[in-house]
Each structure stands twice: as C-alpha cells, then as structure tokens.
Design a protein around this ligand. Structure first.
Ligand code: DON
Length: 559
C-alpha cells in the first residue's frame, strides 16, 4: 500500500496474516472466516458469508435479491484469473416498459417499489452456487452450514436491524404483508435489539438449496411458494421465469490508473464505467497538490461525478440492448474522457441543465444494500455487492419460505421522466423489457499495485452514492495517501447530475463548504453515505488490513 506514514489521528484497522472477511454484520463475517480456517478459499468464504447475511442481515442480505461478484483468483496452476459474475435480477417475461405507469393509472400505489409487482426474478442463489461450483473448493453443505444453523438456532438481533425495523417508513410498508409482519413484527411491534430471531422456514429453504442446489430454489416447492406468493399480490414472475434464470460470467472491466490496475464490474452495473470515467478525468488534475477534501479538490471531484452521471443516466443500461452496447466503447474511450475532463472549469460549477434538460426530483426513501470483501491465504480476493434494492426490498416475504423478495424493478426507468427511489432520472437505454437486467450502481472493486500484486478489495451499498464512495475511497488511498480506516471514515460527497447539487456528510469544515458555494454549487447536508467494507494488503508486513465502516454495524474478521 502507499508508504505514507500513519498520522496519530488515523484509527487502526483490524489486522490479520492469513485471511480476512469484512462484512456489514459480524456473524456473517465469522461464517466466512470459518471456511478460510478449515482450508477453504476466498470463494468458499464469500459464499458462506453471502448465505449467512441472508439470515442475519435481512435489510439487505438476501436469497430473494441479486448482486455482482468480482474476483482475482490465483489458480492452482499458477495462472491468475479475473472474473465478474453477474447475478443481477432479471425482468420477467411479461414485463414491459409501460407496466408501472399503467399500474399507477389502475390505482396501485408505488408499484415499482413496494409489493409484488416490484419483484424481479431473483439471482443471488444461482450466482452464489455458480461461484461455489466454478471456483470454490468446499461442498455446498459445508458452506451453507453456518447459514442453516443461524436460521435454525436463531441469533440476537443487533441494534442496527432493530433500528431499521423501527423506522416509520419501513414499518408502514412491512406491516402491510402478513408474513413479513409475523416474522419481523411479532405482536405488531418491531423486533427489538437483543431479541432472538429464529427463522425455521428460512432454514428449510436453505436446506432445500443444500440438498438440490439451484433447483432447490428455482424449481420444486420453494419456486412454487414464490410464484404462489407473487400471484396472490398481483406480481408477474412465473415458474418459467424462475427456471430460466442464469447468472452470467462477464469479462470484468479493467483499466489502469496512476499505475494501478483496477478490476471492477461492467454493465449491467454502471459502477465500473463511471469509476473509469471519473478516475480518468481526475488523473488529469493535480489533486494531491490541491489537498485532501479541500474545496478545490472537491469541486473537481463533483464535476467529474456530474459528467459521469449524465452519461450514466442517459446512455447506460443492459448491454444486451444493441444500442447500449454500441455506445459503451465510445463512453469508455480516452478521447471521450479527455473531452469530459477538459470541459471542467476549475473555478466554477457547470449547471447540470447545460449537460441535460433539467428535470424534477423528489425526496428519497430509505435504502440498503450490502458489500463484503474477502482475501484468503493465497491472496485470492473476492468483492461482492448484493441487494434487495430498497431496505427489505419489496417488503414481501414468501409465505412458508421465510425470505424477502427484491424491489429491483425500480432500478429500471420504471416511470420515464420521473426520479426513482434514488432520485435518478434515467433514459430509454434502461427501459423495462422482458429478460433485461436493470442498470445498477453496485461497484465491487479490486485493485492491484503497479507490480500486479493484490492491493485493495472494496465496495459499499448506497445506490448511486456507491460509485462516488468507491471513487473517493480509492482517491483517499491512492492519491491522498490516507491509511485504510481513515480512507473509509473520511467524510464523503455525492453528485449525480440531477438533482444539481452536492450532497455532503456533516464533517466538512465551513470554509470548505463555502469554497464550494463560491464555485456555484448548491449543497445539501446528508446523514451518512454508505457502509464501506475494505481490505488492504500491506505486502511489506505481510498483513491484511480490514476497514469496516463505522457508519454501519459491520466488522472485519480474520485469522
Ligand atoms: O443496484 C443498485 O444500484 C441499487 N439497487 C443498489 C441499492 C443500494 O445500494 C441501496 N443501499 N443502500
């Protein structure tokens, strides 16, 4: 890692020599480390953590959602391989671009975000099992054992989950669904911190997966329960949609910046594309001379964000769309990045209206996703970001099967011209269409040092803020020389073009904010951005340094 001396104020990260998992919930991180300790590799650990999070972190861990896995694997034959596994949810065959506007006209309330119609075909089970089969070393029963046990024996509800469940915006919607209410609101009250949560139906679903693999979920009684549930509430996912679901192995997006090799997620995530654009734009400016979190630096960073989000929201979508596929190489080209960079005025903000037609926006709902990072003793690295989309997804638990379903359909341009859950106003390129995957911002990322050795494994939840959060942590590490925990803890900004303003965390000094206002930026204070989970390799000391975000309740665990 960068050889910058630690400053006295830098909090120390967790250190481990052999292997490490950093995740948003400690029991799930421990489930992954248990696999490493018994000789499993980083994929085994990631899959164990993923299934455990589906039990212990219901706000975002999931069987009923989807995600992306990026890995850098040193294979037994000595070759290194980089993989990107797309297990994003998919629009069902009956989906179409006007379905949500029609549902609103028919009197349904928030159909793309709450309830059965918001659900896309889930991808997590298929993705995690495919990863295990292709690159793992342990068997399914071993890797799923911690999840089964946590579901069966129960675990103590942590403060964070109790707080999520108690939020009015969450409970209002969760209580509309009897099965969801039964599990998470016993006697009508949210589970409290310290209560024991046993999930026998979920344990049974997990056992079906152990026994039958993906068919235990996408076929048979669990699939029947999903479809029954969806039909009861007017959803459109069918048995055939479930049977047809596949994960897709893609070439990771790879590029070099400041001598480092970045390995990240291609479409249908916008994350890698935007990260490449923004890092490319900012490489052309002397950021470290301008100072960490100075107004001059933050202005350039915000202008890079604005430009990249303008491209994201208008041109990006599933690369299965030939029009999207055609645009992507141009958007990633050095010439385009150079054009974006040179259009920045270092002294003043470019109004987004100049880049885009100005559009209306409204306020956000609560949001959740989760990221985990894994490194094993062979320095195999896995970065996974997974989501139900909003907190607890569609809020619908599959009756009898014990897990929540996603509301990922809202990541499409569900209502053309109108902002989604995250205030994104997106284009035709991301229209709802059968079999398409909605554009994502999840950005699981791995970075190698200039000699090709593993350096960082990282990512975060946070909807569109994910991309900007990954950007800022990478700049903090690579450009400003911050130590890992300080890089994660440092306050963050977010600009997504529309609305035309910088969202910022509280800790920025007044003169820095004034400097941004003087350059013409509108500012908005925002509670907290993301829940970052990073592992950094200190090759000189032969150590793994784990930095879990103090904004959340996660932990680094290692051995
Ligand atoms: O894929 C996406 O971009 C969103 N569904 C992620 C949502 C998210 O990160 C919510 N987290 N806080």
């Amino acid at each position: 890692m960068s050889r910058v001396p630690a400053r006295a104020a830098d909090p120390a990260p967790i250190e481990a020599r052999h292997g490490m998992v950093v995740a948003a919930e400690p029991l799930a991180a421990a489930a992954g480390v248990a696999m490493l300790e018994r000789g499993g590799n980083a994929i085994d650990a990631a899959v164990a953590t993923g299934f455990a999070l589906a039990v212990t972190y219901p706000v975002a861990g999931n069987l009923g959602g989807g995600g992306f896995l990026v890995a850098h694997l040193n294979l037994p034959d000595g070759a290194a391989t980089r993989v990107a596994l797309d297990f994003r949810e998919t629009a069902p065959a009956a989906a179409h671009s006007k379905m949500y506007d029609e549902a609103v006209d028919a009197g349904r309330e928030r159909p793309a975000t709450v309830g059965h119609l918001a659900v896309a075909v889930p991808g997590s089970v298929r993705g995690l099992l495919d990863a295990l089969e292709r690159w793992g070393t342990l068997d399914r029963a071993t890797v799923l054992a911690p999840a089964v046990e946590l579901a069966e024996q129960g675990f103590v509800v942590p403060r964070r989950t109790a707080q999520f469940l108690a939020q009015d915006s969450v409970s209002r919607d969760m209580l509309r669904y009897a099965e969801t209410a039964r599990i998470f609101y016993p006697e009508g009250k949210p589970l409290s911190e310290g209560a024991r949560l046993r999930q026998p139906e979920l344990a049974q679903t997990l056992r079906a997966i152990v026994e039958h693999g993906h068919a235990g979920f996408y076929d048979g009684p669990v699939a029947a329960a999903i479809v029954d549930e969806l039909q009861r509430g007017g959803g459109i996912v069918t048995r055939e949609d479930l049977r047809a679901y596949r994960s897709i192995e893609r070439s990771p997006l790879r590029f070099t910046v400041r001598g480092h090799s970045v390995i990240t997620m291609p479409l249908p995530s916008s994350g890698g594309t935007c990260l490449r654009q923004m890092l490319g734009i900012l490489e052309r400016y002397p950021l470290s001379d301008l100072g960490h979190n100075s107004s001059a630096s933050l202005h350039l960073i915000a202008e890079a964000m604005r430009r990249s989000f303008a491209d994201r929201n208008t041109a990006l979508g599933d690369s299965a769309d030939p029009a999207v596929q055609k645009r992507i190489s141009e958007l990633l080209s050095a010439a385009h990045i150079e054009r974006l960079a040179s259009s920045i005025d270092p002294q003043s903000a470019t109004p987004s209206a100049k880049l885009l037609e100005s559009m209306a926006h409204d306020d956000r709902e609560s949001e959740q996703t989760t990221h985990y990072s894994v490194v094993d003793r062979h320095r195999n690295a896995v970065a996974v970001t997974t989501t139900l989309n909003g907190a607890f997804g569609s809020k619908v638990v599959v009756t009898g099967a014990g897990f929540l379903l996603n509301n990922e359909m809202d990541d499409f341009t569900a209502h053309p011209g109108r902002p989604n859950l995250y205030g994104l106003v997106q284009g035709q390129a991301n229209a709802v269409a059968p079999g398409r995957r909605p554009l994502s911002s999840m950005t699981p990322t791995i970075v190698l040092d200039p000699s090709g050795h593993l350096l960082y494994v990282l990512g975060s939840p946070g909807g569109p803020t994910i991309i900007n959060n990954v950007l800022q942590v990478l700049l903090n590490l690579m450009v400003y020389g911050l130590q890992p925990q300080a890089a994660v803890n440092a306050p963050k900004i977010h600009h997504q073009c529309i609305p035309d303003r910088i969202d910022h965390e509280r800790e920025f000094p007044a003169d820095v904010l004034d400097g941004l206002r003087r350059r013409g930026h509108a500012l908005r204070l925002r509670d907290s951005i993301g829940d970052f989970q990073a592992i950094c390799v200190d090759s000189e000391r032969g150590l793994l340094l784990g930095a879990s975000d103090p904004r959340g309740g996660g932990a680094a665990r290692g051995y």
